[in-house]
Design a protein around this ligand. Structure first.
Ligand code: MLT
Length: 237
């Protein structure tokens, strides 16, 4: 049963939570793991990130902090997927805290399975779901400070659309899934244009992140499955 729960808050947890923050946390997490990061450990609080990461050897860790789209002072990185080169991240653990994406991950970290999804790894996420066939799935958009984000809904719709192309009897849990798929159908050939119109895309353009938007719009570009190994820690599946 597929739900996109952001408009219908619930305290239950699904069998499988697919966390989406296309701009940019889940795109960055996917890129870092694809580039050889040993793991990505996500925190909603920066204080906690600093505390936990301080127990790691400096050469084995990277700190990524973002608030309001901008890099947090004192961190090695902000939240740009373009910074996650193999030269930089290979063999290291990325400790990351972002405005919304890492909070969404924390919200569902007690679910049986947690995946981080973006447009760049949509196909790999869908293959996993088709193979494992979890009983309930949330396509959880991270949104912006508790509100709705168009780009996350479009990505949820992109996942639902590909699933339905492969399996026509998937059970739809709420109307948000149908709405998300309709939004994806509307924007699928103009994803970059959609990023330029949506509020967080506008915010990132104001921070000169044009290249990030182009990168995040690439669909089915990386074959990487970020999957939670223990609460808050994602590895390559
Ligand atoms: C977030 O977690 O809100 C985002 O990924 C923000 C960003 O674009 O850095």
């Amino acid at each position: 049963v597929y739900h996109t729960p952001e408009l219908t808050p619930t305290h239950d947890l699904p069998d499988c939570a697919v966390v989406i923050d296309v701009l940019r946390a889940t795109t960055t997490i996917s890129t870092a793991l694809n580039a050889g990061a040993e793991a990505v450990q996500a925190f909603s609080s920066l204080e906690q990130l600093l505390e936990v990461s301080s127990t790691w050897l400096p050469e084995k860790r990277l700190l990524a902090g973002e608030r309001g789209g901008a890099k947090v002072e004192g961190c090695d990185l902000g939240n740009s997927p373009l910074d996650c080169s193999p030269e930089l991240v290979q063999g290291k653990r990325l400790f990351i805290s972002t405005t919304n994406g890492t909070r969404a991950l924390q919200r569902v970290e007690q679910s049986h399975t947690v995946l981080a999804a973006a447009l760049i790894n949509r196909k790999t996420i869908v293959s996993y779901l088709l193979e494992k066939n979890p009983s309930t799935v949330w396509l959880l958009g991270s949104g912006w400070q508790g509100g709705y984000s168009l780009e996350d809904a479009v990505c949820a719709g992109a996942i639902a659309d590909l699933l339905m192309q492969h399996q026509d009897n998937i059970e739809i849990g709420n109307d948000e899934v149908i709405a998300a798929r309709a939004l994806y159908t509307q924007w699928q050939n103009n994803l970059l244009e959609m990023f330029h119109k949506c509020s967080h895309g506008q915010r990132l353009l104001g921070l000169n992140c044009h290249e990030d938007l182009k990168y995040c719009a690439q669909t089915d570009f990386l074959d990487i499955l970020p999957i939670q190994k223990e609460p808050g820690v994602l590895i390559k599946g």
